[in-house]
Write a protein that binds this ligand. Structure first.
Ligand SMILES: [Zn+2]
Length: 307
């Protein structure tokens, strides 16, 4: 993808927020060049705008939240993953509650909605943040790192003492098709014994078998079963792809995450932005027609770094 992209026309969906249990309606709208992703809380007086950026991240358990001046939007990661996976850079997101709808607990419905709106190229090249030296964040036995590479990829490992999960590792090569088919359908998950504690903390109030894989001690409560045997680790990659949107530009590098989660994903984004010597901003390469390609010496014909 060489040029910035947005959607062609507004599209709306509604549902229930996973943690707040609030009914919420969301309208995705086209946005001008260099907007990034901006939420508009139209249920709050003055309709405040909240830019998706690491400066606006707010402390939050089990989800990613952005806010400004006391106004927040929670559980943004699945919608952001859909935008990132489809290569959408600029989007206005009108919302009438403090949390995105859970829908089916994956990014699939947001992907369908964005494809229904249509995706259009805009009149300016994308910039990429290309990592040139490794950057790592470690917290106990959790770890996430990004290393220089010519293409973007993620290797994610999770390790849960549960018979259906155990240790799962998934290698994801960043591409639109791989995202839509292999990552977007993976649903969020939770453990039955944690549900009561969540409720006491005022979280998970909208959670149900319609939007969450719920694990009992031995198995899965969802009667239809899993979409993939390793749906759990795929969902962690989905979350990471969404959280990396906090950078503000797409990243080029090889990410390795072990037992990571939203807080560590956000710490990696912060660490990247602070480590100014460890990356460069590069413009997307100029498109080259087939005819012109034949005239160029092979050394000048670089392959696209990310689609
Ligand atoms: Zn998630």
């Amino acid at each position: 993808m060489q040029f910035q992209q947005t959607i062609r026309k507004p599209v709306t969906c509604s549902g229930v927020g996973l943690h707040s249990g609030c009914r919420v309606s969301v309208t995705l709208m086209p946005a001008p060049l260099d907007t990034g992703i901006v939420f508009i809380r139209k249920d709050v007086s003055g309709s405040p705008k909240i830019q998706v950026s690491i400066e606006n991240i707010r402390p939050s358990l089990l989800s990613t939240t952005v806010g400004i001046d006391g106004v927040q939007v929670q559980t943004i990661e699945h919608m952001l993953a859909a935008a990132s996976g489809l290569g959408i850079d600029n989007l206005l997101v009108e919302i009438d509650a403090p949390e995105l709808p859970a829908l089916d607990g994956s990014a699939q419905s947001f992907v369908s909605l964005m494809l229904e709106a249509g995706i259009v190229s805009q009149d300016r090249r994308r910039s990429y943040l290309k990592v040139v030296r490794p950057i790592e964040v470690i917290e106990g036995n959790k770890r996430i790192a990004i290393r220089p590479a010519s293409k973007s990829s993620v290797t994610y490992t999770i390790d849960y003492a549960h018979p259906l999960i155990g240790r799962q590792t998934y290698d994801y090569d960043w591409s639109r098709d791989a995202f839509v088919e292999d990552i977007a359908p993976a649903r969020t998950f939770g453990f039955l014994q944690e549900v009561e504690a969540l409720w006491e903390a005022g979280l998970g109030l909208g959670g149900s078998l319609q939007n969450t894989l719920i694990l009992s001690e031995e198995g899965l409560l969802n009667e239809d079963g899993l979409r993939f045997a390793d749906e759990f680790v795929r969902h962690k990659i989905l979350d990471l792809i969404g959280d990396m949107m906090l950078l503000g530009v797409p990243v080029i590098g090889e990410i390795e995450a072990v037992r990571s989660g939203h807080a560590l994903h956000a710490r990696l984004v912060s660490r990247i932005l602070e480590s100014r010597d460890n990356w460069v901003l590069v413009p997307a390469q100029a498109p080259v027609s087939a005819g012109r390609l034949r005239e160029l010496p092979p050394s000048l014909v670089a392959s696209p770094q990310r689609d």
